[in-house]
Ligand binder design. Structure first.
Ligand code: FE
Length: 340
């Protein structure tokens, strides 16, 4: 079952509908339904929920919408919230959810052993469920001089050859936050200034548009989440495009996550934790990651053939919490560099 957030009147109406569905649970102590508020695209998460229902008999009602609106809603609903779990994308959003006090710190040996420490909150309020790698993609024509790092794209060699997505997207804010954590503000500002100097076009509103510009030869390189390239590869439309794992000689490629946490005022926390745990099971991890060509968080999970073809690489093991904590600084530095 799915509801989407639209206008505010619609929101109220939908919320009443959700409540009506929940109250159908009655006072029976056995959980029959769990409610998930999620900004993950419905088609990427519904197959998982359906399988969970098949296995456990527990129905999952999900309210889909924009992450900020959902966070706001959980906050406003307070103790009356219907939400048991909040599932979203980007470390910055998960960090914000924890900062705003809407998540519960949970103890789960399964989650702790299945998910590497750098992909979950040190306070156990949220847990990474898939990895999203932001790296460099270049045009065939540039293969001879393939850049090795994000910083290299800021050098004179790349003048008028770079395409970027807007810094207003949280993905880039998290990437910049990782630079600040790894290299400090001054170095980061230097890189951002260099990038802006090297732009061949205006910044784009999406990773896919940036990829298409590289493909069309408007520029030679860009920085995107690898699953956007993965989609093009999977549909046979990735001609001229090559993935480069960035910073393999230094920090490793930037890792972001999608993930979730148990809502503080959930009345079914034990069951909510079970669903989170199930999302780290072998079957769920394969599906969860494969549906969007992301990488599983659980080691040893079989990779989608497209990801397999990209080989092994070194990851930046910065804790995802740092990406959230430095987001504000990241936004300010981007502004200082005139990176719109
Ligand atoms: Fe995305």
């Amino acid at each position: 079952m799915v509801f989407r957030v639209q206008s505010s009147t619609m929101q109220k109406l939908l919320f009443i509908m959700v409540l009506a569905v929940i109250s159908g649970c009655g006072t029976n102590s056995t959980t029959e339904k769990l409610v998930v508020y999620t900004s993950r695209q419905p088609q990427l998460i519904e197959p998982l929920f359906e399988q969970y229902t098949k296995e456990t008999g527990i129905e999952i009602v999900h309210l889909s919408g924009d992450a900020q609106q959902l966070l706001e809603r959980i906050k406003t609903e307070g103790e009356d919230t219907a939400a048991d779990l909040f599932i979203t994308v980007d470390a910055g959003v998960l960090w914000q959810a924890a900062e705003r006090g809407v998540l519960e710190s949970v103890t789960s040996k399964t989650l702790q052993s299945n998910i590497p420490a750098y992909l979950r909150d040190p306070d156990n309020q949220w847990f990474g469920l898939s990895k999203r790698l932001r790296t460099i993609v270049i045009n065939n024509a540039a293969m001879q001089e393939a850049p090795k790092s994000y910083a290299e794209l800021a050098t004179n060699d790349w003048n008028s050859r770079l395409c970027l997505r807007t810094s207003q997207k949280v993905y880039n804010q998290s990437l910049i936050a990782s630079f600040i954590a790894n290299f400090g503000e001054q170095e980061t500002l230097k890189v951002l200034n260099g990038w802006i100097n090297n732009l061949a076009t205006k910044v784009f509103s999406s990773d896919t548009l940036a990829l298409k510009a590289v493909q069309a030869g408007q520029c030679d390189a860009t920085i995107v989440n690898s699953y956007y390239l993965g989609r093009l590869v999977a549909s046979g439309e990735a001609e001229n495009l090559n993935l480069i794992w960035a910073n393999q000689d230094s920090t490793g490629v930037h890792v972001n996550i999608s993930g979730g946490g148990v809502v503080k005022y959930s009345k079914q926390k034990t069951e909510a934790i079970k669903l989170l745990e199930w999302l780290t099971s072998t079957w769920a991890q394969e599906q969860y990651a494969n549906l969007n060509l992301e990488y599983p968080v659980v080691e040893g999970t079989v990779l989608h053939p497209v990801l397999e073809s990209w080989g092994e690489f070194k990851e930046d093991n910065l804790n995802a919490k740092i990406l959230g904590a430095l987001q504000k600084e990241a936004v300010l530095l981007a502004r200082e560099a005139n990176y719109n």
